[in-house]
Write a protein that binds this ligand. Structure first.
Ligand SMILES: [Fe+2]
Length: 207
């Protein structure tokens, strides 16, 4: 069985970004429901859980066609939420890192990047995520994905994912989605994102 990730912060420490109730429902119920449904359908297929969750995407054809949508939808729900929760940080600090250098090369400044990210996010229709990704050439792009689609399905390497389903912000922000999106950048773990950027860049260079 795939296991839940462990978080290294307490929900109450993020209260200026999101209230404890929203985060508890989001992580303990909604994220874990995706994980439980994924484990259940894989178990029904007598799967040995030999691949990592990421590897499973590339091996989807080993499962019966009737179960592939269920597997991919719930796997998306698991991996998208794991990325979102892993990159949150109550003690966020943006440092000079290779990630920031790449942002500045691509968008001119971090503030321009944020503006562009929020612009793309405003185009999302319905539920989904706005993501900062790398493409197969290592170029940075901002893309929207619907529902629980994974950027990986399109050959992208996600670095940042902002959950724009209403369950992510509605209890605290109500209709003020823009405030939630703005505040997100004040609670990001930029060390974690830089580590992901360096790991994915190496992976792309080795292709
Ligand atoms: Fe969510």
């Amino acid at each position: 069985m795939y296991k839940s990730i462990e978080l290294d912060y307490n929900f109450k420490d993020l209260e200026n970004f999101l209230d404890e109730e929203t985060l508890t429902i989001h992580f303990d119920i909604l994220y874990k429901n995706y994980l439980n449904r994924l484990n259940k359908v894989l178990d029904q297929n007598h799967y040995d859980f030999g691949y990592s969750k990421e590897e499973l995407i590339e091996h989807i054809e080993e499962f019966p066609i009737k179960d592939r949508d269920t597997i991919l939808y719930n796997l998306g729900g698991v991996l998208n939420h794991e990325r979102y929760f892993t990159i949150l940080d109550p003690h966020s600090s943006l440092k000079k890192t290779p990630f920031l250098k790449k942002i500045e090369e691509t968008y001119g400044s971090f503030s321009n990047f944020k503006e562009e990210f929020l612009k793309v996010a405003s185009y999302l229709v319905g539920s989904g995520y706005t993501n900062l990704v790398l493409d197969k050439d290592g170029k940075m792009l901002i893309i929207n994905t619907s529902n629980q689609e994974l950027p990986d399905f399109y050959g992208f390497y996600p670095l940042i994912s902002l959950d724009l389903w209403e369950h992510a912000y509605f209890l605290k922000y109500h209709q003020k989605k823009e405030e939630y999106m703005q505040n997100f950048f004040n609670y990001l773990n930029y060390d974690e994102i830089n580590a992901l950027y360096e790991e994915k860049t190496k992976e792309i260079q080795s292709l």
